[in-house]
Write a protein that binds this ligand. Structure first.
Ligand code: 17E
Ligand code: FE2
Length: 419
């Protein structure tokens, strides 16, 4: 297959991308001759980029909003309470969980996502959610890469045997160790829990991705513990701090000091703009905080940040359709990243920055020798891709078309005014 007249994201000129046996075999200027035996798709200058990356979603939670009850306050804590109640009263089979997860993955696939990191709750003695997602991970391999984070939703220490369940989940095959220090009973337990996550990651050779300081408490400072552990163990690029919304409430003097450590530690950040705009600020009257981490300032300091969705209709967040381009649009507004340069580079937040977070190394990206995994947007402009929320014309994986959009046609009729 040859994709002709492709504009490569962030670059000038037009190119032909040649795909052989599922791999990118050549990328040559569009005016050079191509083999006439191949199937050719003329992209007429549309943007080609590597697939979108969902770095943070909870596939075991998707599509459960309202069962057994709705989150009335919209807070993180009521979300956790609803989920905890659901675990006791709604008895799902492994198949039920798999079906929900698959539905969500298909939603994301339609929106150009081919790589997902999902958290899965390990504070459940049956670890059924994990069993389900381990099977899903295998079953979707041909169209989606899935990483699984063992996530102790109700605490490593606050939940009975939370630490043992977490370890069990890693032995069963989770790829990443999670944590939730701001939910532990005390500050000391929170610090200890972060150390436990790192100890387990080190022992089992796993990555780390902590739900860290997802609260509007300016005193919630577990991020410094995550960064310090990562730095001391030399694990930075394997480590992610998710949410870190308290950073939106830290004072500038402390944040200045913190940033030095963040930079030294080389850890990654995931910001979840839609989820946290919704969940945070709930204890404020006015002025009301935005409740996001300092995305713009982190990026300006050359610290890796990507955007994720977090939820699709779960006890924490009632909406969501799997579309990361919408997350980008909302995130740019929420973080006041609406300068020209912010807009034309915004797709980094759901592509290359996500790949770095997932530690995908050279396997990701449009380079010769890589698997032919890519998406084509229905636009020739990076700016318009954001402004107009361009659709995914194609999502291609190993040279096969996974998704093709036939753009809707809107007919407009301007009446001529006659008396
Ligand atoms: N669990 C949690 O602790 N925080 C979230 N934002 C979600 C689940 C969705
Ligand atoms: Fe989350």
């Amino acid at each position: 297959m040859i994709l002709k007249n492709a504009k490569l994201y962030g670059q000038k000129g037009l190119w032909s991308i040649e795909i052989k046996e599922g791999e990118i075999s050549r990328i040559i200027p569009a005016d050079q001759p191509i083999s006439i035996n191949d199937k050719v798709i003329d992209l007429t200058g549309k943007i080609v980029l590597p697939p979108f990356i969902e770095p943070h979603i909870h596939l075991d939670y998707v599509l459960t909003a309202g069962t057994p009850r709705w989150n009335q306050s919209g807070t993180l804590f009521e979300g956790i309470q609803c989920w905890s109640e659901r675990k006791l009263v709604v008895k799902e089979t492994k198949e039920d969980i798999k079906n929900r997860a698959l539905k969500a993955l298909k939603m994301q696939m339609k929106h150009g996502v081919q790589y997902v990191r999902t958290h899965v709750d390990t504070t459940d003695p049956s670890l059924l959610g994990l069993q389900a997602l381990l099977e899903v991970k295998e079953e979707v391999k041909s169209w989606m890469d899935v990483q699984i984070v063992a996530f102790p939703q109700e605490g490593i220490y606050a939940y009975p045997k939370g630490d043992e369940l977490l370890e069990e989940a890693l032995i069963m095959g989770a790829d990443v160790v999670g944590g939730i220090p701001h939910y532990e009973f005390t500050r000391e337990d929170g610090v200890q829990s972060v150390k436990k996550s790192f100890e387990l990651a080190y022992k089992y050779g796993k990555m780390v991705d902590i739900h860290c300081d997802e609260i509007d408490d300016e005193q919630s400072r577990f991020l410094e513990v995550v960064a310090a552990e990562a730095y001391k163990l030399g694990m930075g690029e394997l480590v992610t701090a998710s949410h870190t919304t308290a950073m939106g409430s830290y004072n500038d003097a402390y944040t200045y000091k913190l940033f030095k450590l963040l930079k030294q530690s080389n850890i990654n950040f995931v910001s979840l703009p839609k989820a946290n705009l919704h969940l945070q600020g709930r204890f404020d009257s006015y002025p009301k905080r935005r409740g996001l981490t300092r995305v713009k300032e982190l990026l300006q300091s050359d610290i890796n940040v990507c955007f994720g969705l977090d939820s699709i209709m779960d006890p924490w967040y009632p909406l969501g359709n799997g579309d990361l381009l919408r997350v980008v649009e909302v995130g740019l507004h929420a973080c006041q990243m609406t300068g020209y340069n912010d807009i034309v580079t915004a797709l980094n937040l759901i592509t290359v920055n996500g790949a770095k977070t997932l530690n995908m190394k050279e396997s990701y990206g449009l380079t010769v020798g890589n698997q032919a995994n890519l998406v084509v947007l229905d636009t020739d402009s990076e700016y318009e891709a954001i402004r107009c929320q361009s659709s995914i014309l194609y999502s291609i994986r190993n040279g096969e078309v996974l998704v093709e959009t036939i753009p809707a046609e809107v007919k407009v009729n301007i009446p001529t005014f006659t008396k």
